[in-house]
Ligand binder design. Structure first.
Ligand SMILES: *Cc1c(COP(=O)(O)O)cnc(C)c1O
Length: 392
């Protein structure tokens, strides 16, 4: 099976992890701060807080911004459930804004309309979590303007997007947001096995996230309520978690950072080749803003089912049977039974539901070979032509 995504591990990566295994500290050593600095410097952000997953990063980002009971957090329905769950962890409510039909990111028009309505009814969001689907930035300039106008904070879920740029600047510099979150799960752009990071330019938010990732405990005298009782002393000043990243993970991440630009460039060339090879098929290829540079985490096509005359599911299953590990990113979050139980119904975000009936993620990762890519395209052609006798 050709997977839809997979990690790219070098001998240098392996050596970096083995070096940590031979060192004194498997966790809470020097690799975590080194990885944090590398990512912060790359992105042009002041502070970085490494954690054990992007899910944890989203959770402590919400808490650091004060999200709690009675608050509302809005996000896109076309995302992984973690982008919404983080608000529920904090006791807040979640709501969804429909997607843009071209980029599949949150629609700025729908957002503006929903905000105008929410202002009238007095239930504006406290935090918005735009998700950079496939690694293409949302329209952050417009989102930031709405944030200022309506007074909400912004957490960028950039789990797909490290290595990408928006208007010539690295995603993660937090020019348009309070906090940006990355994921280092193996299918993402760079990996630490499991892992995530939260970036910010705000010293107060950075301090709170650092506390929350490690039990709410501090060893900094200036954060304590009184002088230390002795050299052993620490204080718990918040209710935090154990969300720490290990040094084994950080060493892998630091080593992977050296090839980040290369990984993204390779993803672009694979995507470009798909664009060309698929041009004769009845599918929509990903649409890209001209002024942004995607990290190309996913390559999502949409089946033009009216031309194909067979179901989305039939094509998807034919590809899986042929050994092509296609996937679907994503099921609209509010259609999950857990969210349906919270009161969301089918029809809530029509554009997202329409997307869900047509989208397929084709395999894309740096070590995908030309032969494998040709195989993906030929199996897709066959699945479609068998369905329709479509003339190629
Ligand atoms: C992968 C992903 C997450 C969760 O990342 P983990 O590191 O696995 O917790 C959150 N949001 C989006 C959009 C993702 O793709």
């Amino acid at each position: 099976m050709i997977p839809y995504g997979r990690q790219t591990i070098s001998e240098a990566d392996i050596r970096a992890v083995v070096d940590v295994l031979r060192s004194d500290f498997l966790t809470q050593g020097s690799a975590v701060p080194a990885f944090e600095s590398a990512v912060a410097n790359y992105c042009g952000a002041h502070y970085a807080c490494a954690v054990n997953s992007a899910t944890s990063a989203l959770h402590i980002a919400c808490l650091a911004l004060g999200v709690g009971k009675g608050d509302s957090v809005w996000t896109s329905p076309i995302t992984f459930v973690a982008s919404a769950n983080c608000a529920l962890y904090c006791g807040a409510d979640v709501d969804f804004v429909d997607i843009d039909p071209l980029t599949y990111n949150i629609s700025v028009e729908c957002l503006a309309a929903k905000l105008a309505q929410a202002e009238k009814t007095g239930n504006l969001p406290k935090v918005l979590i735009p998700v950079h689907l496939s690694g293409q930035s949302c329209d952050m300039g417009a989102i930031r303007r709405l944030g200022k106008q309506y007074g909400f904070n912004i957490i960028e879920d950039a789990s797909h997007a490290i290595g990408g740029q928006y208007r010539g600047q690295p995603i993660g510099n937090c020019s348009y947001s309070d906090i940006t979150v990355f994921s280092f799960h193996p299918v993402k752009i760079i990996t630490t096995g499991e892992g995530g990071m939260a970036l910010t330019n705000d010293a107060g938010l950075a301090r709170r996230m650092q506390l929350l990732r490690s039990h709410g405990i501090t060893r900094e005298i200036d954060q304590m309520t009184h002088e230390p009782d002795g050299p052993w002393y620490y204080q718990q000043i918040e209710l935090g978690f154990n969300y720490r990243m290990t040094d084994l993970q950080a060493a892998l991440g630091l080593s992977q950072m050296q090839r980040l630009d290369e990984f993204v460039a390779t993803r672009h060339s694979i995507a470009k080749r798909y664009d060309d090879l698929l041009s004769h098929l009845p599918v929509l290829i990903p649409w890209q803003y001209s002024d942004s540079y995607s990290s190309v985490h996913l390559y999502v096509i949409r089946l033009q089912l009216d031309l194909i005359g067979k179901t989305h599911r039939a094509i998807f299953e034919a590809l899986r049977v042929a050994g092509i590990g296609v996937n679907l990113h994503y099921i609209p979050v509010y259609l999950q039974p857990y969210y349906a139980n919270l009161g969301f119904n089918t029809g809530y975000c029509p554009e997202a539901e329409n997307y869900y009936t047509q989208a397929i993620s084709l395999p894309i990762f740096p070590s995908l070979t030309l032969v494998e890519q040709d195989q993906v395209v030929s199996m897709l052609s066959r699945a479609i032509s068998r369905a329709t006798a479509f003339d190629f």
